[in-house]
Design a protein around this ligand. Sequence first.
Ligand code: AVI
Length: 308
Amino acid sequence: MDNFLKDVIQGLQKSQKSLPSKYFYDEEGSRIFQKIMALEEYYLPECEVEILLESSADILNELPFSDLDIIELGAGDGTKTVILLEEAKLKFENLTYIPMDISPEILEVNKELVQKQIPGLKVEPVAGDYLHTLDLLKERTNPRLVLFMGSNIGNFPNGQALEFIQFVNDFLRPGDFFLMGVDLKKNPHVIRAAYNDREGVTKQFNLNLLKRINRELDADFNLDAFEHYGVYNPLTGSALSFLVSMDDQKVKIGEMEISFDKYETIHTEISQKYSLKELDKIASQTGFTWDRHFTDQKEYFSLSLMRK
Ligand code: AVI
């Protein structure tokens, strides 16, 4: 059985049904996500860009090197990273940018964009799952700055975020750095609105998961019979997305049949928010010896720099 089918069946057979959020990003899902990033309510990208524009030089000044590999995990098209790279090109004598992403197509876009904006910069993309491909870099001896931007850390279920940061720490050598984009705890209304936009783009994004299952796994979800529900819980700092079954219904997925009670929910995503204090604790728990947070004016978002 392929992994997608296996994960979907497993998730929908649990007493609290769930689907892994990594499956949001098919072609259409990625297009809808671009629309989310342009929404007024979805403050995250704007805050991250503000920090990059204001603080890239200060961030890089913490790195006492002349040579540097900047390795970006889940790099995407690199539009935001260019801001940091432009500054880095001025500071480091020998700089290589190594964007990593599951999609080779997006890495081509990335390389073209970055080299056009920063002529002469060495760009050496690596396609694949970074949990495996990071190993390919073990022979490289330059000091390292690993980037993990865009609050992607928030989409790991709780324990796994720590495991992931520990994994990055294991890859680094003493003195190397990790820069992570993190969405911070803030007025709960602001967070709630970011995942419940007025235009319904986030709803579309969530429902697209069912559309994908219909298309790729021969299923018959009736998209009109499910609603998007987004909540933020200040007790845990988790924004959670659900799909709610609006009726008793049965859905066929390939050979299987799954029953839904009226108002039964499928948990589709966690977007965890952190405080700066929690980030300090996480950094030391995962083997970092020093950290510093760079935030936007409103303190909505942090680029947190950690040194091994
Ligand atoms: C990709 N990730 C950081 C987004 C987030 O905010 O958790 C995905 C997203 N889901 C709904 N809106 C945006």
